[in-house]
Design a protein around this ligand. Structure first.
Ligand SMILES: [Zn+2]
Length: 203
């Protein structure tokens, strides 16, 4: 597991050395993820959240909010009091789930938000279907040989920039889950293993 301290926050990202992510989960606050654009705001309560959502916003100290991903984009956002984790599936990348989360943080008074994207499947490996040309602007699609690839990072950067997050506050982990060896990848065949991203405010 990779553990990163950033200002008042600690971020946990599991990797292939964490064979049993399920055993970690009981202390983490998370939702039932359903590949939605639903953001759940968690300001009280303990343990597993009986809600379906793919992003969690919280202001609680010393409690880990967590999402699981498998090639989708695990995103952590934070500033002073409020912070969030987002499971961004391609269908919700273009606008809603990230933008909704940023808007909730801003409505809570957070302005100078930092956004981190942890390992996801990058444009080197993320082949998509021809109909993606109807979903996304062609600047996000790369044609190589006879295949089409989606660049989720450029989409996330544009969404964040449009939401007035400054470019120096957008931090991207360069690792690709598919061609890197450090993380599990659904497309590479890891059907039962995922990446867990957890975020905790520690002081
Ligand atoms: Zn790759």
């Amino acid at each position: 597991m990779q553990i990163v301290n950033i200002d008042e926050y600690r971020i946990y990202i599991t990797d292939t050395s964490d064979k049993d992510v399920d055993s970690l989960l009981w202390t983490y606050h998370r939702c039932e993820q359903i590949h939605s654009d639903i953001v759940y705001v968690r300001e009280e309560g303990e343990g597993f959240i009986k809600h379906q959502a793919d992003a969690i916003v919280s202001n609680r100290m010393n409690t880990k909010i967590a999402i699981r991903v498998a090639d989708c984009s695990p995103i952590a956002l934070m500033w002073k009091k409020y912070f969030a984790v987002v499971h961004a599936w391609w269908r919700w990348l273009k606008s809603w789930i990230i933008l909704k989360t940023i808007h909730i943080l801003k409505a809570k008074g957070e302005q100078d938000i930092r956004l981190f994207v942890w390992p996801n499947i990058k444009s080197c490996c993320y082949t998509v279907w021809p109909e993606f040309t109807t979903y996304f602007d062609k600047k996000y699609l790369i044609a190589r040989w006879s295949k089409l690839y989606l660049d989720m990072i450029e989409i996330i950067k544009d969404v964040a920039t449009d939401a007035l997050i400054s470019s120096e506050n957008i931090i991207i982990d360069p690792a690709c889950t598919y061609c890197g060896k450090r993380h599990f990848s659904y497309r590479r065949g890891d059907r039962d293993q995922t990446i867990l991203l957890a975020l905790e405010k520690i002081f």
